[in-house]
Ligand binder design. Sequence first.
Ligand SMILES: Cc1ncc(COP(=O)(O)O)c(C=O)c1O
Length: 277
Amino acid sequence: MLICLNGQFIPQEEARVAVNDGAFLYGDSLFETIKARHQQILLLEQHLRRLEQAAQLLKFPYPRKQIESACSELAKHLTTPASRIRLTLSRGSCQGLLYPAHDQGWFLLTAAPYDQINERHREQGLSCCLAPNQRVNPFSHLPQLKHGNYADCLYARNVAHLQQADEALFIDHHGNLLEGATSNLFAVIDNQLITPPLGNLVLNGVMRRQVIDAAGELGIPSSESPLPLADAIKANEVFLCNSLIDLVPVSTIDGKSINRGGLWKEIHKRISLRIDP
Ligand SMILES: Cc1ncc(COP(=O)(O)O)c(C=O)c1O
């Protein structure tokens, strides 16, 4: 694994977090998970913009120029066909619950080989269960940010794992689907693409935006509106997306088979041309 701390490459054994770091004590960090193909980091500008918005909202130090130059250095060292890059921001060491001074912050880039989903598996689709936990506080801004406090998502993801499902889907108390534990969700109903609206409980996914834009280019109407579970079960197709998997259709939700339309494939092709020609 490649490790770059504040722009300096260091061996993994030397990568340490202080015991009083807010990222460790309170999960108070921000992060992005980004894909690279060969030495090209995909959609970096979009990831950095989202990180910047989160940093502004939560008042994290955000040394954008240094992060950008560290990313281009990192890219030169990538040797595998695909890599998973994680960018983490911390405010640094805490004294009590007060935010530390800005100059204590750090950023970390790690890069590890990423095994891309093969086309046969993509065609097979993903089995999904429903997350038993809810993102209960609709006024919290954490679910809309990639904040280190990812307890909801970790819990849901592990429930999926225990049930031998590929992903867990969050649902709100009205019975509307929101998103996956690590992905955004789309359904095709009457030839229209529907995705749950951004709000306090849905992450503004980088790939979600790509899907909406690619659909627009293909002349496919799309709408950001509530998606009742019952509608998704009857939809022509349902698919999930994130920056690592791109788009993958859903085969089952909670044991019920989902129809298998083919619009996701067209959109996927279009996105591949846009971001990785
Ligand atoms: C909760 C959640 N929603 C959506 C996504 C998809 O985001 P992106 O497309 O930016 O990878 C992720 C990615 O990890 C996520 O954790």
